[in-house]
Design a protein around this ligand. Structure first.
Ligand code: PEP
Length: 251
């Protein structure tokens, strides 16, 4: 089953509009010729218009780092699917561990955000992953099972689903899951997707995230169920991100 590799940069709360546009310009200038993976960046909300303008007509797609489930209303600080689409956004990141850890995101709200994004025509990149304490307690499989099934409750359009497995202990720490450790969890996620969606599960991309960088990407991307990367730190510098794009092209 061939799944197009997806290389996605999560910029988090980094880069002003001008800096984001410059980064996109540098990446575009350095893109290799020939086959490319799908390339996506998630800039902060406020900088989305500048990044969309810089990426216009190019191979780079732009996503939002979150999305609210309501169409409009009294939800201070939130952003709707219509606002994102109006700004040229095609994807929404949902359930990133930093949102779960610091901003009270729950399995229920992750599901509501993902369902709203997908029914509005956006692709939802849904993050799941265990904490260090959960891994050490032998709870990785049960956490992944619960988070994945709950996030997908009521969702039937698998063409707009991407899952990102991000072990929380590997995010921004420089610690990476070994390719075998990551593949084990990715295979578990694939089995959950098969259980939920049958053969349609084969075309759902499962990204790895957690200190992915040019040095470890080729080995991770060689695993059968690792279909791309969600990259934080290494997506902020054009040479590193370009090296990851190249690893994606060669995987
Ligand atoms: C992330 O935040 O999604 C992430 C994987 O970050 P980093 O690559 O910096 O670990």
């Amino acid at each position: 089953m061939s799944r197009r590799i997806l290389i996605a940069g999560n910029w988090k709360m980094n880069k002003t509009s001008a800096e984001g546009a410059t980064l996109v310009g540098e990446v575009l200038a350095g893109l290799p010729s020939g086959n490319l993976p799908e390339i996506l960046v998630f800039p902060p909300y406020l900088t989305i218009p500048a990044v969309v303008a810089a990426a216009k007509g190019s191979a780079i797609e732009v996503g939002a780092e979150n999305v609210h489930w309501a169409e409009s209303g009294a939800f201070t600080g939130e952003v709707s699917t219509a606002m994102l689409k109006d700004a040229g956004v095609t994807h929404a990141l949902v359930g990133h561990s930093e949102r779960r850890q610091y901003f009270g995101e729950t399995d229920e709200t992750v599901n509501k955000r993902a369902a709203a994004a997908i029914s509005a025509g956006l692709v939802a990149v849904i993050c799941v992953g265990e904490t260090l304490a959960e891994r050490e307690a032998g709870e990785t499989a049960s956490v992944i099972d619960r988070q994945t099934r709950k996030a997908l409750e009521g969702i039937s359009d698998t063409s707009r689903v991407v899952i990102a497995y991000e072990p929380v202990w590997a995010i921004g720490t420089g610690k990476t899951a070994t390719p075998d450790m990551a593949q084990e969890v990715h295979a578990q996620i694939r089995a959950i997707l098969k259980d939920l969606y049958g053969d349609a599960a084969d075309s759902i991309r499962i990204l790895y995230g957690g200190s992915m960088k040019p040095a470890n990407a080729p080995e991770l991307l060689a695993k059968p169920d690792i279909n791309g990367g969600l990259i934080g730190g290494a997506s902020l510098k054009a040479p590193d991100f370009l090296a990851l794009v190249k690893a994606g092209a060669e995987a």
